[in-house]
Design a protein around this ligand. Structure first.
Ligand code: CA
Length: 235
């Protein structure tokens, strides 16, 4: 499975880049590359890679900043940082910004390939777990957009699943309508008319997941703040 994975390698040293590309192509990966931070960031944000190998010291935009911007866009593809030296501070910075792993230069190619395989395996397991959403006493198969374990399965739309997913990922706080519009719908500027769109979807979702949609116990309105999804019913 992981052998067809698509990698992006961002590295400005030609010899290292070429060596890495050869190795991963040899191991059956699809490989794309960028030799500076600007192109690396553009590619990372516009294309769907399974994993990104990211050098720290890069022309124009450094690897930490790229990692940070990828995570700020809520993109979850695994990132392995290539740190120049085994600088503890670099490692901590990278992991804090959301990198999944790091490897210090000079590294053994064999070890790097193993790291890539293990990070990909973890991310695949994570995706499989995400395939079932457990919400409000029901389990939802997100690939088939329907409730599991019951005779007459409730159906959901792709958008509804995305809303539930986002709220569940951020269930420690209320999520403002504007944030849902930006993260789920991809709108930049929220207008009044568009926040109504969110309310309509929430109302539909409540009819599907709440025993009494007028007295929601899971999908709550927090006045003046937004919507919050609870994993256990509120009283
Ligand atoms: Ca470099």
């Amino acid at each position: 499975m992981t052998n067809k994975a698509k990698l992006l390698i961002v590295e400005d040293e030609q010899a290292i880049l070429q060596g890495l590309m050869d190795v991963f192509v040899f191991h059956g990966y699809q490989v794309d590359s960028a030799m500076n931070g600007k192109i690396g960031l553009e590619k990372a944000l516009s294309q769907n890679y399974d994993l990104i190998l990211l050098d720290v010291m890069l022309p124009f935009i450094d690897g930490f900043s790229i990692c940070n911007q990828i995570r700020e866009k809520d993109l979850q593809q695994p990132i392995i940082m290539l740190t120049a030296k085994s600088s503890e501070q670099d490692i901590i910075t990278g992991l804090t910004l959301g990198a999944d792993d790091y490897i210090s230069k000079p590294f053994s190619v064999r070890e790097l390939v193993l790291r890539v395989e293990s990070v990909l395996k973890r991310s695949q397991q994570q995706m499989e777990q995400n395939a079932v959403l457990s919400i409000a006493n029901m389990r939802i198969d997100t690939a088939n957009l329907q409730q599991l374990d019951c005779k007459i399965a409730q159906q959901f739309t792709r958008r509804e699943i995305e809303i539930l997913h986002y709220l569940q990922q951020h269930d420690q706080r209320p999520v403002p309508r504007e944030e849902l519009l930006e993260k789920v719908w991809g709108y930049r500027q929220a207008e009044n008319i568009e926040t109504r769109t969110v309310d309509i979807h929430i109302a539909k979702l409540r009819r599907k997941i709440e025993a009494d949609p007028k007295q929601p116990k899971f999908l709550l309105t927090i006045r003046g703040e937004g919507y919050r999804l609870l994993s256990d019913a509120s009283d």
